[in-house]
Design a protein around this ligand. Structure first.
Ligand SMILES: *[C@@H]1O[C@H](CO)[C@@H](O)[C@H](O)[C@H]1NC(C)=O
Ligand SMILES: *[C@@H]1O[C@H](CO)[C@@H](O)[C@H](O)[C@H]1NC(C)=O
Length: 484
């Protein structure tokens, strides 16, 4: 949620910047591995995918020991995750944090075990839309986890961190130099910044230039990318894109907390490919190409030149994520739901890295689709069945600005039916729709709109998924009017 644009820079700031220790070494890219999907790819396949694509770091949103176990022996650096709904439990009693560290962290640390480097306590817990629900618990939970890590003798190597959205800071004037922490959590953020500093831990921030565009239609679109276009010139500094301006706003905010030289990790950055008019593969490719060039150049930002520590968001599309933030929310993957690359990507930023390598060994359900019968005429009934199907599956691609928005009304029904049918593993009963559904063997996809066939979920992977429920269904229902 970037909102900053730079103007004035004193030379004092530049001095501060040059005094910063830059994290040594290379462009070890990280990536976020989210699992809010109806058909998770088996972790064994995912870990191979990470290796095949040269990812050196992975960030998780949970710490399911079964899933984390597949990272053992890989040397991939891991950031475990603790979901927000566990924060209260961990903040209330130190003993809970101790148990957590024992079961979910130190248990993996044997020789040939998992290379755990961080524990991410909460995920964007101070997001404005949470209305303060986690402000009392997140920081105490993080302190308890760090204390437990320290007591277990691993606190020097493994750090508790707190991934925060860029909405925890702001600039009244839109200049980074006016960057401050958000007023409702300002004192808390200062305490957290100082705590991280004392503990030698990094500040983890998620920065989304896409959201700058999404949230403000007047935002100059080229400023969201890395190709210049609308540079903002300040006395000494020129900002060419909102990412740099946003990042430096954070550094300024950290200064107000006396922690300006904290190491900063970009915990999430990326661009979605569907669900909004600016969310498409061409824009995503443009964004990533620019990002990788910046990373390869080691130029950093004006206030923090040098190597940047970055985790892409994210690995796969996740069809059961809440779409409260927007329909694009399920389309952040650099890989599709089935582990196929969506577009070519030169992650080296210098032309040497070939293309993304697809997931190996993913198995599909049969090549068949559920569509609307050709003789259907009852518009009311069709509408009702679309509504129902979409409320319990994923119709984000049908929405305004999305890849399937242009379909005629019959094909829209087919898309909705198929989405439900695939999500339910092509069960016969999932293509009834009061007599309106029929299974076909010919792919109904169009040039722009893909009708998927789902993948087989094997092993214990079903343990991970199915996070969608009442809330997701309600949100889908609320969007139905757009469909009808
Ligand atoms: C920040 O500055 C303090 C002292 O001012 C120093 O101890 C610490 O190592 C510095 N940290 C970084 C990341 O530069
Ligand atoms: C370990 O993590 C899992 C997954 O988040 C959680 O369900 C479990 O409660 C944690 N274990 C402990 C002892 O807190």
């Amino acid at each position: 949620m970037a909102r900053a644009m730079a103007m004035i820079w004193g030379s004092a700031l530049i001095l501060v910047a040059t005094g910063v220790n830059v994290v040594a070494n290379t462009h070890d890219l990280g990536v976020n591995w989210g699992t809010l999907t109806s058909h998770p790819i088996h972790p064994k396949i995912v870990v191979q995918l990470l290796k095949d694509n040269g990812f050196k770091k992975v960030k998780l949103f949970d710490s399911d020991p079964w899933m984390v176990g597949f990272l053992a022996g890989t040397n991939i650096q891991v950031m475990l995750g603790i979901p927000n709904d566990q924060l209260e439990f961990l903040s209330d009693h130190y003993g809970n944090a101790k148990d957590w560290v024992k079961e979910n962290c130190t248990a993996h640390l044997r020789k040939g075990g998992v290379n755990i480097k961080y524990v991410a306590v909460g995920n964007e817990p101070f997001l404005t839309s949470y209305k303060g629900r986690f402000t009392k618990t997140a920081f105490p939970a993080m302190k308890n986890i760090q204390k437990a890590l320290n007591e277990a003798g691993v606190g020097k190597k493994i750090k508790a961190v707190m991934p925060l959205n860029a909405d925890v800071y702001e600039s009244k004037s839109d200049k980074p130099s006016d960057g401050v922490f958000r007023s409702d959590i300002r004192d808390l953020m200062k305490q957290i910044a100082r705590y991280l500093k004392d503990n030698n831990s990094p500040f983890v921030v998620n920065i989304y230039p896409f959201l700058s565009l999404y949230l403000n239609s007047k935002f100059p679109s080229d400023f969201a990318f890395f190709d210049g276009g609308h540079p903002i010139q300040d006395k000494n500094v020129q900002y060419n894109n909102v990412f740099e301006a946003n990042f430096d706003t954070l550094i300024y905010a950290l200064r107000t907390a006396g922690a300006s030289n904290l190491t900063i990790i970009v915990g999430e950055i990326g661009w979605p490919t569907d669900g909004h008019k600016e969310a498409n593969k061409a824009n995503a490719k443009k964004f990533y190409d620019g990002l990788f060039r910046v990373l390869a150049s080691d130029k950093g930002t004006p206030l923090r030149p040098g190597n940047m520590d970055v985790y892409l968001f994210g690995l796969f599309d996740e069809d059961t994520k809440s779409i409260e933030p927007g329909n694009f929310e399920r389309h952040w993957g650099i890989f599709d739901f089935d582990g196929k690359p969506k577009f070519t990507m030169d992650m080296s930023g210098d032309g040497t890295h070939k293309e993304l390598v697809a997931a190996k060994g993913v198995q599909y359900l049969p090549k068949q689709w559920c569509v609307l019968v050709s003789y259907a005429t009852d518009k009311w009934l069709i509408g009702e069945q679309i509504s129902w199907a979409c409320s319990v599956s994923d119709c984000t691609a049908l929405q305004d600005g999305s890849s399937c928005f242009g379909l005629d009304s019959k094909r829209r029904a087919s898309y909705a039916f198929n989405s439900y049918y695939q999500m339910n593993n092509q069960e016969e009963s999932a293509c009834e729709f009061k007599g309106l559904g029929t299974v076909v063997k010919k792919d109904p996809s169009t040039d722009t709109c893909k009708f998927n066939t789902q993948i087989k979920v094997g092993g214990g992977a079903t343990r991970l998924g199915y996070a969608y429920g009442a809330i997701a269904a309600l949100i889908s229902l609320a969007t139905l009017f757009i469909l009808l």
